[in-house]
Design a protein around this ligand. Structure first.
Ligand SMILES: [Cu+2]
Length: 386
């Protein structure tokens, strides 16, 4: 036992388990058929609408023209896109259309961020046969060239006084606009018990707010907000328009008034406290850009110094973590690890999250926990190296 422990310390500590790569599966055989997902050579990028093609062939029939098997035309298909590593994330139900060549089909997909996705297809053949098919794809992080990025939705801050003053309580009014129609979206899926998670951060990222606005029938979202100082703010809408999957939309907002009184430098810090709850942030393995990594927050009662194992679930999870790159425009999606081991650790004051860092640089990490009747917010700053 002791030997094992020493070995574990010796071997696990210095190297750590490798960051997690995502499995891929793009060719599936079923019955006498074969379905192939055609991932472009350059890969699939997050934050772009893309037509992902797949082909279904009958392996008992040779195609005399095309060097291969005969395509199966006339299939009616529905698709569902999910992320196995993020159980709470609403599924996207993209349209599937037939291409000109029999056997070729296209999925009108959109992947909100990099990582491993599962595509489930329900194929209904003209013969009456019905086959479920599952693909696994690894989606690359967003490319930097803005021209190629076309998020189909837009966060529009609509109402409120023209000149917003710091420290005044104002109704922040927003719409999620469908770029194609120019109209506000009125139907959303629920993620972590809410349809709209509103995150606001000062431009320096050191002030942070997490709220849940309410919507009227016309798609107008509203929430009272008190901005603490003059300056620029990032407004993030974490929403899932019905059937279109989860995404984070970003807008900028300007507030007039005196400058912040807080330290606006983004200094590295892995320790934080709020309302008597103290937290320490660490990573279980060295962070590799673009790979899944585990973040761990150890919680303590600041008064006694003892582990705080008495946090309770909030919005359907043991804790929530929001991570922003210094540029304010790169938001890292992270969710609590959802295995038995993790649940047992929470009782010992240890909460683990799975996250993926797309770029090197400094990141602000906000972890929130429901502890002794209140939501506590712990702000950390970490550096991710190339
Ligand atoms: Cu929320």
């Amino acid at each position: 036992m002791i030997v094992q422990l020493i070995l574990a310390i010796l071997f696990v500590r210095p190297f750590g388990p490798p960051a997690k790569a995502e499995p891929t599966l793009t060719k599936v055989r079923f019955d006498r058929y074969e379905a192939t997902l055609r991932v472009p050579d350059e890969g699939i990028f997050a934050g772009e609408e893309i037509d992902v093609e797949f082909r279904v062939v009958d392996t008992t029939q040779k195609d005399p023209v095309e060097d291969g098997f005969k395509g199966v035309g006339g299939i009616e298909a529905t698709a569902k896109i999910t992320m196995p590593s993020m159980q709470g994330m609403p599924a996207a139900l993209p349209k599937v259309h037939r291409e000109g060549v029999p056997g070729d089909y296209g999925i009108e997909a959109y992947f909100p961020h990099g990582g491993g996705y599962q595509i489930d297809l329900d194929l209904r053949f003209p013969s009456g046969e019905r086959h479920p098919v599952q693909f696994l794809v690894d989606v690359r992080d967003e490319r930097k060239t803005p021209s190629t990025r076309r998020e189909p939705y837009l966060l529009k801050i609509t109402g409120g006084p023209k000149n917003v003053l710091a420290k005044a309580l104002i109704p922040l009014q927003m719409q999620i606009v469908d770029r194609k129609t120019g109209l506000p979206t009125t139907s959303f899926d629920t993620a972590h018990e809410k349809k709209f998670h509103l995150l606001i951060a000062s431009k320096d990222l050191n002030w942070f707010l997490h709220e849940h606005p309410t919507m009227d029938a016309g798609g107008n979202w509203s929430v009272p907000v008190r901005f603490p100082a003059g300056g620029e703010y990032w407004v993030y809408a974490d929403v899932a328009p019905s059937g279109r999957g989860s995404r984070v939309l970003i807008a900028k907002y300007k507030v007039s008034g005196p400058k912040p009184t807080w330290d606006t430098r983004l200094l590295r810090s892995t320790k934080a406290a709020d309302g008597g709850l103290r937290g320490e942030l660490s990573t279980l393995e060295p962070i590799v850009i673009g790979m899944r990594a585990t973040l761990q927050v150890k919680l303590f009662d600041a008064k006694t110094g003892k582990p705080a194992g008495d946090t309770v679930p909030w919005l359907g999870a043991a804790g929530h973590i929001m991570i922003f790159h210094r540029d304010g425009q790169t938001v890292v999606h992270s969710h609590p690890a959802e295995d038995k081991e993790s649940a047992a650790l929470v009782k010992r004051g240890i909460v683990r999250f799975s996250g993926r860092f797309p770029r090197p640089g400094r990141y602000k990490v906000y972890a929130q926990f429901d502890w002794r009747g209140k939501v506590r917010t712990l702000g950390f700053t970490i550096e991710v190296k190339e």
